[in-house]
Design a protein around this ligand. Structure first.
Ligand code: MRU
Length: 356
């Protein structure tokens, strides 16, 4: 099973906080449980947040009895607030909420069952579209990777984080199948260890040769010439090509430039914030200090120590070799590439949600 699915009025999702030790699936028909799962990172990864929010709308609307204009608006607003207050950085979440709002608004005046059917089929379409996006990103990305690629990646960008095979990881999988990938180095990704807990787990299942490193080993690895490309995902990309991704990404981009190694970002167009000009405007989620002061349930810092723990950082566009989307590979100048992208045939759902 994928990391999330819809089955007979229920959402089933894999609780990622339990990995790699336990594979626990949660089944719920309560949108509040889904929102809480996003907050606790049981469901995580930018594209998956959008898919979960879309199914959250379907759960909310399934409970709707009366469908007069007032109750419809109330349901839209309540569900919007529920999901937009979970995590602030990933565009995909806000994009999906916007898309679902439009489907609900467009359904006004129709019987409850029709509205519910419209919402559910839109959520399923959004999920299916993300799966297809991963496939296209994988294909496009694998085509530009160096031969015998030895790739460093950060955080988790695989099937756990998306509706398909993943973004950056989708490229690794595609390249592995084409025999152009030699090895993957996985940053453990402090403090929540998405690299060691999730990516190492996924790559092992895929039987892709990989080596886990601590985040602070990356520089030494590049100095030794053991990496010929870095690929990461993204949580938000602005019009000038700046990228918010898991904290530590910016450091890797600086390293890539110093060591003359290409630095690629892979993300669907639903990660692009077409209304934000630069990365400076991106809201960065701050995490609790306890995630840093304890490790494996054991306290590893003195009581009361001050902690700064942003979940994401911003990589400036000039450090990015290319942004690989399902609609093509974008290169500098990114502002022009984004304008060209807008003219392309974005799916009607993306267009409606973004350029409303
Ligand atoms: O805090 P997380 O685990 O949700 O952060 C996820 C990342 O930073 C991923 O790299 C990003 O969402 C891309 S997922 C395809």
């Amino acid at each position: 099973m994928r990391s999330i699915a819809w089955q007979d009025g229920f959402v089933i999702f894999l609780d990622q906080t339990k990995l790699p030790l336990e594979e626990v699936y949660v089944e719920t028909d309560d949108e509040n449980v889904l929102a809480q799962a996003i907050k606790s990172l049981a469901i995580r990864g930018a594209p998956l947040l959008g898919i979960a929010a879309a199914y959250g709308f379907a759960l909310s609307f399934n409970k709707l009895k009366a469908v007069d204009a007032r109750s419809l608006t109330a349901c839209i607003e309540r569900t919007t607030n529920l999901f937009t207050s979970t995590r602030p950085t990933a565009t995909n979440l806000f994009w999906a909420v916007n898309a679902m709002r439009h489907v609900a608004i467009d359904s006004a005046g129709q019987p409850a069952e029709t509205i519910q059917a419209n919402i559910l089929s839109a959520a399923k379409a959004l999920h299916a579209q993300d799966e297809e996006n991963c496939r296209l990103i994988g294909e496009l990305g694998a085509a530009i990777l160096p031969n015998a690629a030895s790739v460093l990646t950060h955080c988790n960008t695989g099937s756990l984080a998306t509706g398909g095979d993943g973004t950056a990881q989708g490229i690794l999988k595609a390249a592995w199948e084409l025999h152009t990938l030699k090895h993957v180095y996985i940053d453990e990704t402090r403090p929540l260890l998405q690299g060691s807990r999730l990516t190492a787990w996924e790559l092992k299942k895929l039987q892709i040769p990989s080596t886990l490193i601590t985040d602070s080993t990356a520089a030494f690895l590049l100095q030794q010439g053991k990496v010929n490309a870095i690929i990461v995902g993204a949580d938000r990309i602005t019009l000038n090509g700046d990228v918010a991704n898991k904290v530590g990404t910016y450091g890797l981009a600086v390293l890539a430039q110093y060591h003359n190694v290409p630095f690629y970002v892979a993300a669907p167009t639903s990660t692009i914030d077409f209304e934000m000009l630069t990365g400076h405007e991106i809201p960065i989620e701050q995490r609790s200090g306890t995630e840093v002061t304890s490790f494996g349930g054991r306290q590893v810092a003195p009581e009361g120590v001050d902690v700064y723990s942003p979940a994401f950082d911003i990589t400036p566009n000039e450090l990015i070799t290319a942004i690989i989307t399902e609609k093509g590979v974008l290169r500098s100048p990114y502002r022009t590439a984004m304008d060209d992208l807008k003219k392309k045939d974005l799916s009607s759902m993306v267009r409606r949600a973004v350029f409303h």
